[in-house]
Design a protein around this ligand. Structure first.
Ligand code: HEC
Ligand code: HEC
Length: 462
C-alpha cells in the first residue's frame, strides 16, 4: 500500500470512529422530552367520557333494550336510562335524533380485579380471537327487518356497520386477553381521507396481515409520561390520540373539530386518576429491604416513588430490554409505513395543537404505580405474574388462566395460571407465536429468591 493511501485510510478511520459513524447501534436509552398539553376541566372530561357522543353511530337504543340485558350495577353512577346501560357503552343521540348505544373508551380501559370494577385499568380479558362479522350481519338483518333500510334507525347504525365490517376479520388476535388497538387504528385510517377525514369505501393503504398484540396500559400512569403508548411514539398533543375511537364514526373535519374541543377535558380527568392501593397488609420490613434493592437495580429506568418521586421517561432500545420486538419493528421497519405517512398528512397534525408521531424504536420503561393490579406484564401481556417477570427462566411458555377476576394471585402478584406443555385453545397464552414471545427484561434474574420476594413486597406499596 502506498504511503498516501495508508495515510488517508487512517485519517478516514479516525474521523469515522470519532463521528460515531461506525457504531450502527441505536443509543441504548433515550430521554423523552416533555410535550405541552392543552389544559382542561376534569369534571367535564369525565362526564363527556361516559355520556359523550365521540362515537356517533351505533345500535338503536330501542332495539338494543330488547336483546341486551339491563345492567343495574350502574358502576359509573350515570343518570336516566344511561343508569341501566353497560359501562362500556354510551347512550347518545345520532345526528338524526335517534337514540343509540355507542361503544366507549371503557371497552378497553376498564376491567375487574377480585370482582371490583376499576375505571382506567386496561382491559385484559376481552376476547379478540373471534371474528365479529357474524354479529354485525345479524344486527344488520335485525334492524332492517324491524325498521327498514330507509328508517332513521338504520341511518344511525350505518356508519358503525361500515366500520365494523372493515374491521371484522382484520383485528383478530391469536389468544384471548390481548388488544389489537394499533392495527384497529391502522385499518380505520385506511378507510379515511387524511385531509377531509371522510370515509372511503375501499381501503387504499397497504397494511400488514398480522395483528400485533398489546396489553392496555393503565390510565393512571399517563400523568407521568412524556409520550403515549409502549413504543413511546405518541407525542405532541395527546388529546389528538385520545380521540382515535372517533375514527369509527365521525363524518368529517367539522365533527372531528367538535370532538377535539372536549378531549383536553378528558385528558385532564385521566390525569387526576390515582393508582388503586394494594388491599392486603404489607410486610413493612421486607418492603424496605425491597426498596433498597429496587433503588439499586430498577430505579434508573423506572424512577423512584414516595417522597421525592422521580420518573426519568426513558425509551429503552430493543437491544437492551430484549422483549418481543414485533411491535417496535412494525413502526421502525416499514410495516406501518403507509399508516405513518397517512398520519403525517392528516388533520390530526394540523392546527395550533398538532399530534406528532416520533418513531425511535424500543419500549418505554413504564412507571410502576399500581403495578400490583396491572397483570399480565410486558407490552404484549406475555408474562402472568411479577414473580416470573423477575425470573426469566421460570416464565411459562404456555399458560392458561380462568379469566375470572377473582383468580388473582395477591402474593406473587398477577394472574393465577396453569403452565402447560402446549396450547389447548385461545385461552392459552402461547409465547411461541411471533409477537407473543416472553423474552427479555432479565433485570431481575440475578436477584436471590429472598431478594426477589422483597422487591415484590416493595412493588405492592407503589
Ligand atoms: C379497542 C380498544 C381501545 C379503545 C376503544 C380505546 N383504547 Fe386507549 N389504548 C388501547 C391500547 C391497546 C393502548 C396501548 C397501545 C400501545 O401501547 O401500543 C391504548 C392506549 C391509550 C392511552 C395511552 C396510555 C399510555 O400510558 O401510553 C390512553 C391515554 C388511551 N388509550 C385513552 C383512550 C381513550 C380516552 C379512549 C376513548 C376515546 C380510548 N383510549 C379507547 C386500546 C383502546
Ligand atoms: C434498562 C432499563 C430497565 C431496568 C434496569 C429495569 N426495567 Fe423494568 N422495564 C423496562 C422496560 C423498557 C419495560 C417495558 C418492556 C416491555 O413492555 O416490552 C419494563 C417493564 C417492567 C415491568 C412490567 C410493567 C407492566 O405493566 O407490564 C415491571 C413490573 C418491571 N419492569 C419491573 C422492574 C424491576 C422490579 C426491575 C429491577 C429488578 C426492573 N424492572 C429493571 C426497563 C427496565
Amino acid at each position: 500500500m502506498n504511503k498516501k493511501l495508508l495515510f488517508t485510510s487512517i485519517a478516514l478511520i479516525i474521523s469515522v470512529l470519532t463521528s460515531g459513524f461506525l457504531s450502527t447501534k441505536e443509543p441504548k436509552r433515550i430521554e423523552i422530552p416533555i410535550s405541552r398539553q392543552r389544559s382542561g376541566d376534569p369534571d367535564k372530561g369525565f362526564k363527556y367520557l361516559i355520556n359523550g357522543d365521540y362515537v356517533s353511530s351505533g345500535i338503536p337504543y330501542n332495539l338494543a333494550s330488547v336483546f341486551m340485558p339491563k345492567d343495574s350495577s350502574n358502576v359509573l353512577n350515570r343518570e336516566g336510562d344511561s343508569a341501566f346501560v353497560s359501562p362500556t357503552f354510551n347512550l347518545v343521540k345520532h345526528a338524526n335524533g335517534t337514540r343509540i348505544l355507542a361503544p366507549n373508551c371503557l371497552t378497553c380501559h376498564s376491567d375487574k380485579i377480585n370482582g371490583e370494577f376499576i375505571v382506567g385499568l386496561g382491559n385484559n380479558s376481552f376476547d379478540y380471537t373471534i371474528n365479529t362479522q357474524g354479529l354485525t350481519t345479524m344486527l344488520d338483518q335485525f334492524i332492517k327487518n324491524r325498521y327498514s333500510v330507509e328508517s332513521k334507525e338504520y341511518e344511525s347504525f350505518e356508519q358503525f356497520k361500515m366500520a365494523s365490517d372493515a374491521l371484522s376479520n382484520k383485528i383478530k388476535t391469536k389468544v384471548r386477553g390481548v388488544n389489537p388497538a394499533d392495527k384497529l387504528t391502522a385499518v380505520l385510517v385506511a378507510h379515511r381521507n387524511p385531509v377531509s377525514l371522510e370515509w372511503i369505501k375501499k381501503s387504499k393503504l397497504e397494511l400488514p396481515k398480522e395483528t400485533i398484540p398489546t396489553d392496555v396500559p393503565a390510565w393512571w400512569l399517563l400523568k407521568k409520561k412524556n409520550a403515549m403508548f409502549s413504543t413511546g411514539i405518541g407525542r405532541g398533543d395527546f388529546s389528538r390520540f385520545l380521540m382515535a375511537s372517533s375514527l369509527l364514526t365521525f363524518k368529517d373535519t367539522t365533527e372531528a373539530a367538535e370532538i377535539d374541543r372536549h378531549f383536553p377535558d378528558v385528558l385532564a380527568w385521566i390525569n387526576t386518576l390515582e393508582s388503586p392501593k394494594y388491599p392486603r397488609s404489607i410486610d413493612e420490613e421486607l418492603a424496605l429491604k425491597g426498596r433498597k434493592l429496587f433503588d439499586l437495580n430498577c430505579s434508573t429506568c423506572h424512577g423512584t416513588y414516595g417522597d421525592n418521586e422521580k420518573y426519568p421517561n426513558l425509551l429503552i432500545s430493543l437491544e437492551e430490554v430484549g422483549t418481543d420486538p414485533a411491535l417496535s419493528n412494525a413502526y421502525t421497519g416499514g410495516m406501518y409505513a403507509d399508516f405513518l405517512e397517512w398520519y403525517d398528512k392528516s388533520w390530526f397534525t394540523t392546527g395550533s395543537t398538532p399530534g406528532k408521531v416520533k418513531v425511535e424504536g424500543g419500549y418505554i420503561a413504564p412507571p410502576l404505580d399500581g403495578v400490583w393490579a396491572t397483570a399480565p406484564y410486558l407490552h404484549n401481556g406475555s408474562v402472568p405474574t411479577i414473580d416470573v417477570l423477575l425470573n426469566s427462566k421460570s416464565r411459562p411458555e404456555y399458560w392458561a388462566r380462568s379469566f375470572n377476576s377473582n383468580d388473582y394471585d395477591m402474593v406473587n402478584i398477577g394472574w393465577l395460571y396453569e403452565a402447560l406443555d402446549t396450547t389447548q385453545n385461545s385461552k392459552t397464552y402461547d409465547t411461541t407465536i411471533s409477537g407473543y414471545s416472553n423474552t427479555g427484561h432479565t433485570f431481575g434474574d440475578d436477584l436471590e429468591d429472598s431478594e426477589r420476594m422483597a422487591v415484590i413486597e416493595y412493588l405492592k406499596t407503589l
